[in-house]
Write a protein that binds this ligand. Structure first.
Ligand code: UDP
Ligand code: MG
Length: 317
């Protein structure tokens, strides 16, 4: 088994951390290459996600100093997930395994050894899972954990407490390439690719320098993206609600008829009461049914691969 390792690191305005990140990674890579764990053709590729600061200059300088480092420059800021995908798909033909990680050193680079070991033992996807969230603020911890739970209950099977620190074999990335959707939520897609997987636990550190590029606003839109790009369950909820209200309307109808025959109502109340609930319920129900079809169209337009062949054994003669 060949073992060329590529690291893919998306960077958005990371001039403050890049030099330190590069230095630490260089040490790690020399160590791995020295011990023959990975091939000396292994590389570190920084993906510049349309930074407005000096990030790209630093990357080109690193590249000139040391052939270990390379870079991909995106035209403009397309967001973390797209930058990551650009990196994975660009390097996959040169690498046997690719590890994606953040530029800010929050992902412990010492977990790379274990990831590589797992790959060498035949695993295609190794998830980096944080062992604890002690260092996160209460707010970040609560929102993040709530998010994972909501995602899973809505039908997207994400790996709990795993961000985008992971190793993928070349064939796993080739599988990922077959997902043609534009709204990309890697964390949800990768587990659906198949192939043997494993996890590596690591302690998530603090950002080395600079500020988070994921303010609350981006985090929220990321969460909504994650849910809506994986699940049409919200539509089903509308259908359910419509059905429920329609049932209530039958109850209301009976109730108002009873009141009517007891002579306790003014003229018109019974009809109004019954029809109000019935029409409301029917409208929601129809909306849900229309939504179901839109949901189908939505899933079809994604044109996701329907299967992934693990192995094909066949005697030709
Ligand atoms: N990032 C990116 N494009 C963006 C936002 C972030 O490439 O639009 C990169 C960023 O440079 C970092 C990684 O994504 O390498 C994670 O971002 P950050 O550390 O700011 O997120 P946090 O750890 O706070 O969730
Ligand atoms: Mg970070």
């Amino acid at each position: 088994m060949e073992n060329i390792l590529y690291l893919v690191i998306p960077c958005y305005n990371e001039e403050e951390v890049l030099p330190e990140t590069a230095a630490r990674i260089k040490k790690k890579m020399s160590d791995l290459i020295g011990r023959n764990k990975v091939d000396q053709k292994s590389r570190v590729i920084f993906v510049n996600d349309g930074s407005k600061d000096n990030t790209w200059n630093i990357i080109t300088k690193l590249h000139k100093q040391d052939k270990l480092f390379g870079g991909i420059n995106l035209y403009r800021n397309r967001g973390h997930q797209n930058a990551l995908l650009a990196g994975l798909l660009t390097v996959k033909d040169y690498a046997d395994m690719v590890i994606s990680m953040d530029a800010d050193l929050q992902d412990d680079i010492n977990a790379i050894d274990e990831m590589v070991d797992k790959y060498l033992s035949g695993v295609d996807i190794v998830y980096g899972v944080r062992s604890s969230r002690q260092r996160d603020s209460f707010f970040k911890k609560a929102t993040a954990e709530g998010f994972y739970k909501a995602m899973n209950s809505l039908g997207a099977n994400t790996v709990y407490n795993h961000a985008d620190y992971r190793l993928m074999s070349r064939r796993a990335i080739e599988g990922l390439e077959q997902y043609k959707e534009v709204n990309l939520f890697l964390r949800g897609i990768v587990p659906t690719i198949g192939y043997p997987t494993d996890v590596v636990y690591y302690e998530r550190g603090e950002r080395y320098a600079g500020e988070s590029k994921y303010p609350l606003k981006k985090m929220l839109s990321f969460a909504i993206e994650g849910i809506t790009s994986f699940s049409t369950k919200p539509i089903r909820m509308i259908t359910g609600l419509g059905f429920f209200i329609f049932l209530v309307s039958i109850g209301m109808m009976i109730y108002s008829l009873i009141r009517h025959f007891m002579g306790e109502t003014i003229i018109g109340w019974t009809t109004l009461m019954g029809s109000m609930w019935a029409i409301g319920g029917l409208i929601l129900l129809s909306l849900g049914v229309v939504g179901e079809y839109i949901g189908k169209i939505y899933l079809e337009t994604k044109a996701r691969p329907r299967f992934m062949v693990e192995q094909f054994i066949n005697e030709k003669e």
